[in-house]
Design a protein around this ligand. Structure first.
Ligand SMILES: [Fe+2]
Length: 202
């Protein structure tokens, strides 16, 4: 049995008690206030709140806003030994936090929300490949994880992603993700997002 930090759950276990999911997510997010967002200077909670608020301010629909709030759920609500693209100690078979996080919420949310969470690492790869100068705008930590997440895309990958109907949403999320690292920025409290979480997680 793996010892989990408070607020983290093993995939699958949470599906047996779907009625508790909103509370569990709020609990995991509250605990993420004490965890640094990778090598950035903000906490995981501050990053999630800033990202969701940027989406809301830009008029994003509820699904896209939810995806922004939870895009890093694989970092703060899942057993981190299942995740390879952050701190060390990952198990064999560990996957990227975007994949683990998307699978974690997929039973509860529309396909588009889970897809956007899964896509947020590939959206960075897409922008680094197609947009001159984008790579230079990334933080050193984000440039480092780009390599772990597969590096630049091939022409075939670019063509395939460019045809996807939700690509534009994924790129919007990615840009808010990049901006949501402002130290000391005031945001709404976590509780302000409870109604949105309840809409999807019960
Ligand atoms: Fe993020």
């Amino acid at each position: 049995m793996i010892e989990l930090p408070r607020g983290e759950y093993t995939p699958g276990e949470h599906e047996s008690e779907p009625s508790r999911m909103t509370g569990r997510l709020l609990d995991a997010m509250a605990h993420s206030a004490a965890r640094r967002y990778g090598s950035e200077r903000v906490s995981e909670l501050a990053h999630a709140l800033q990202c969701a608020e940027l989406a809301q301010a830009a008029g994003a629909d509820p699904e896209l806003t939810l995806a922004c709030l939870l895009h890093d759920v694989g970092r703060f609500a899942v057993d981190q030994s299942l995740v390879f693209d952050r701190v060390g100690g990952a198990r064999a078979g560990a996957r990227g936090h975007h994949e683990v996080g998307a699978d974690f919420i997929a039973p509860f949310v529309p396909e588009r929300v889970a897809w956007l969470v899964r896509m947020h690492a590939d959206a960075k790869r897409y922008l680094c490949t197609t947009e001159p100068g984008y790579h230079q705008t990334l933080s050193p930590a984000s440039q480092h994880t780009l390599t772990l997440q597969g590096g630049l895309m091939s022409p075939e990958e670019i063509a395939r992603h460019a045809r996807h109907p939700w690509l534009a949403d994924a790129l919007r999320l990615r840009r808010w993700d990049d901006l949501a690292k402002v130290v000391g920025k005031a945001t709404q409290p976590l509780e302000a997002w409870a109604p949105l979480l309840r809409t999807y997680f019960g």
